[in-house]
Design a protein around this ligand. Sequence first.
Ligand code: HEM
Length: 215
Amino acid sequence: MDSFSALIRTASHEQHVEAESSAFMADLLGGRLGVDAYARYTEQLWFVYEALESGAARLASDPVASPFVRPELFRLAALERDLEHLRGPDWRSALTALPATRVYADRVATVARDWPAGYVAHHYTRYLGDLSGGQIIRDKAERTWGFARKGDGVRFYVFDRIANPAAFKREYRALLDAVPLDDLEKQRVVTECKRAFALNTDVFRALGEEFPLSA
Ligand code: HEM
């Protein structure tokens, strides 16, 4: 049998293509949307990371999830700086979750509370993606809306405590391969990972409806 990291990657490949090629992402990366759409997207990320990272504290001593919970990954503080830059000092008062974002964040909060292995599926889907494709989004955002390179507005995409992302991803995959779960439970994690991708696609769909360009 393939390693767990290979299994999870292969199993979510189709959903990755779907998320990547959603109209909203395509328009965002194509430079066809205004900075308001980017800010709205960043707001949605705030809810997801709030759920991921407030759940992390509770999992710090869990045998399955704790190896993955690494402070150098935490994104909430960076998101808050970006939102202050994008929306101004009052960013919190206008912050709202789209219904699809609420569903996504609720699912993360639920697994963080009840199912640590399921939390790992969500952790993988977000943070490994941010370390990979996230860098493409940062580059586009800097060029399209003129943010300072790795500065305010795109700090979410900057992992300044991870010097070598490729090495970090290799270590992360080794952690996945060492996870103490039986095959049936691993299969459930793969299913949850697909669900995590689908939840992201749902948020993109909702954002696409709010900022309809490719329609
Ligand atoms: C336009 C948007 C996106 C682009 C351009 C993109 C691009 C990429 C690229 C280039 C990689 C590296 C593949 C490799 O290491 O060989 C990657 C990996 C990954 N992406 Fe994306 N991606 C996008 C959206 C997403 C979304 C929405 C998610 C899920 C929330 C996601 C999750 C992942 C994950 C989990 C990996 C790591 C796969 C692994 O190595 O196990 N990506 N992406």
